[in-house]
Design a protein around this ligand. Structure first.
Ligand code: ADP
Ligand code: MG
Length: 389
C-alpha cells in the first residue's frame, strides 16, 4: 500500500493551501505590491526578502502571485539566480517569459534595456519581476535591474514591479549606495523556523501527501526536533525544505520496504542522507572546479581524522580529484579564490595555524563543522558526475 499518495505535494514547485507562520511576511509584501498588481503603472513597487534557505521566501512570492494572477494585468517573470546569472541570460529569460522576440547578442546593455522597455510599452505589458536568490548575480547586474524599474516609458507608466530575494544583508550591502537606497526601506525578513513551526508545516504536508495512519505526530516531531531552530537567531537550523525532504525520504523508504508506517529508524536513516547547515542549492551553484576543490577538502578531512586540513593538503587532494574526473587543475591562485568563496558561503571555516600545532610555518587551516563528511562527499560526487555527463 502506498504511503506517498500524492507525489506533487513534495515537489519543489508545490504551493500549499496555506503558509503557516508567514502570514505577516505575506501581508507586508501584499501591502507593497497589491495596488500595482491590480492597477499597474502609477509607481515602482519593490521589496527585498531576506532569510536563510528554506525559510519560505520563494513559496511566499509564489503564493502572492497565486492570489493576484487572475485579476492582474501584470505578467509574472521568475528568474532563478542559481540558473540565470549573467546579464544576457537574464534578459533572454525575461523575453522568453514575456514571449517577446529578442536578439541574443549584438546590443549593448543599455540598448537591450531600452529595447525591453520599448517592447513593454508597445505591447502594453507589465512585468512582476522576481530575482530569486539574487546573491548569485554580480552587484552591477543586480543594480541594472533595480534601476530599470525606475524607468518611465513615454506614456509615463512604470512597467515593472520588483522583488529581490537574498540570504542576508550582503546582497544589498554589495550594491552601490544609490542603488541600495532604491531598495533600502522595503526589507522583509524571514527568520529560521522553530521546531514548533516546522512541526505544523510538516503536519500540513503529511496530511496533504501521505496516507492516513502512515505517520504519527511523534515522527513529525522527531523531524522537527532535528531541523528546527532553537531560536530565531539560530541560522544553522530552521530549514523547512530540509524537514520536508527528510519526511519524504522516510516515507518513501518505508513504502519501498512494504511497510504501512514510517518508523523512527526511517527518519534516522533519511536524516543522514541530507545536508543540514549547507543548502544543496548552494552547492549546485558552485562552479565545477570549486565543487572539485570542496570535494578534495572533504576527502582530506576524512583521511586526516583531524578537525582541519592545511591548504597544501587540500590542494594535493584537488589535483588527484581532477585526475580522477579527467579535468585540468586550476592554478593555485584560483584555488584561493574558491577558498574565500566557500568561506563566504558558510560552507567551510578557515583560520591561520598557531605555534605548536604540529604544522610547520604559517599556513591556512580548513575545517567543516556542520556536515557529516560522508554525506557531503556523496552529494558533491553526484553533482560533479551530473555536471560532467
Ligand atoms: P526559500 O526560498 O526561503 O529557500 P522555500 O520557499 O523554497 O524557501 O521553502 C522551502 C520548502 O518549504 C518549500 O517546499 C516550501 O513549500 C516549504 N515551506 C516553507 N515555508 C512554508 C510554510 N510557512 N508553510 C508551508 N510550507 C512551507
Ligand atoms: Mg528560494
Amino acid at each position: 500500500m502506498a504511503i506517498v499518495v500524492d507525489e506533487s505535494v513534495f515537489s519543489p514547485n508545490y504551493v500549499p493551501e496555506r503558509l503557516p507562520h508567514r502570514e505577516q511576511q505575506l501581508q507586508s509584501i501584499d501591502m507593497l505590491l497589491s495596488s500595482w498588481l491590480q492597477a499597474p503603472g502609477h509607481h515602482y513597487p519593490r521589496a527585498t526578502l531576506l532569510g536563510r534557505p528554506g525559510t519560505g521566501k520563494t513559496v511566499t512570492v509564489r503564493k502572492l502571485w497565486e492570489i493576484y494572477k487572475e485579476r492582474s494585468k501584470a505578467r509574472f517573470v521568475y528568474i532563478n539566480g542559481f540558473i540565470y546569472r549573467n546579464f544576457t541570460t537574464i534578459v533572454g529569460e525575461i523575453a522568453r517569459s514575456l514571449e517577446i522576440p529578442f536578439p541574443r547578442r549584438g546590443l549593448s546593455r543599455d540598448e537591450f534595456l531600452a529595447l525591453l522597455i520599448e517592447h513593454l510599452r508597445e505591447r502594453d505589458l507589465y512585468m512582476f519581476l522576481v530575482l530569486d536568490d539574487a546573491f548569485n548575480l554580480a552587484p552591477d547586474i543586480l543594480s541594472t535591474f533595480i534601476r530599470l524599474g525606475q524607468e518611465v516609458d513615454k506614456l509615463g507608466a512604470f512597467r515593472i514591479a520588483l522583488i529581490v530575494v537574498g540570504h542576508n544583508d550582503t546582497v544589498l550591502n554589495n550594491l552601490d549606495p544609490s542603488t541600495r537606497g532604491i531598495m533600502g526601506k522595503y526589507v522583509i525578513r524571514f527568520s529560521p523556523y522553530t521546531k514548533e513551526q516546522i512541526f505544523s508545516i510538516l503536519l500540513d504536508r503529511a496530511r496533504a501527501g501521505l496516507a492516513e495512519g502512515s505517520y504519527s505526530e511523534d515522527i513529525l516531531q522527531m523531524i522537527a526536533d532535528i531541523t528546527g531552530a532553537q531560536s530565531p537567531l539560530d541560522t544553522n537550523r530552521g530549514d523547512a525544505r530540509l524537514a520536508i525532504d527528510i519526511l519524504y525520504r522516510a516515507a518513501y523508504a518505508a513504502q519501498q520496504n512494504g511497510r504501512r508506517q514510517i518508523t523512527p529508524e526511517d527518519v534516522r536513516r533519511s536524516s543522514k542522507e541530507v545536508l543540514f547547515g549547507i543548502s544543496e542549492e548552494v552547492l549546485v551553484g558552485l562552479p565545477l572546479h570549486e565543487k572539485l576543490f570542496l570535494l578534495a577538502i572533504v576527502r582530506s578531512l576524512k583521511i586526516s581524522h583531524m578537525p582541519y586540513v592545511t591548504f597544501g593538503e587540500a590542494e594535493e587532494a584537488y589535483k588527484i580529484a581532477c585526475e580522477e574526473y579527467g579535468e585540468k587543475p586550476r592554478v593555485h591562485s584560483q584555488l584561493w579564490t574558491y577558498l574565500n568563496d566557500l568561506r563566504e558561503k558558510g560552507i567551510i571555516e578557515t583560520r591561520q595555524n598557531k605555534r605548536g600545532e604540529g604544522v610547520r610555518g604559517r599556513t591556512t587551516l580548513i575545517s567543516i563543522g556542520t556536515e557529516p563528511l560522508d554525506t557531503l562527499e556523496s552529494v558533491l560526487a553526484k553533482l560533479i558526475r551530473e555536471e560532467l555527463r
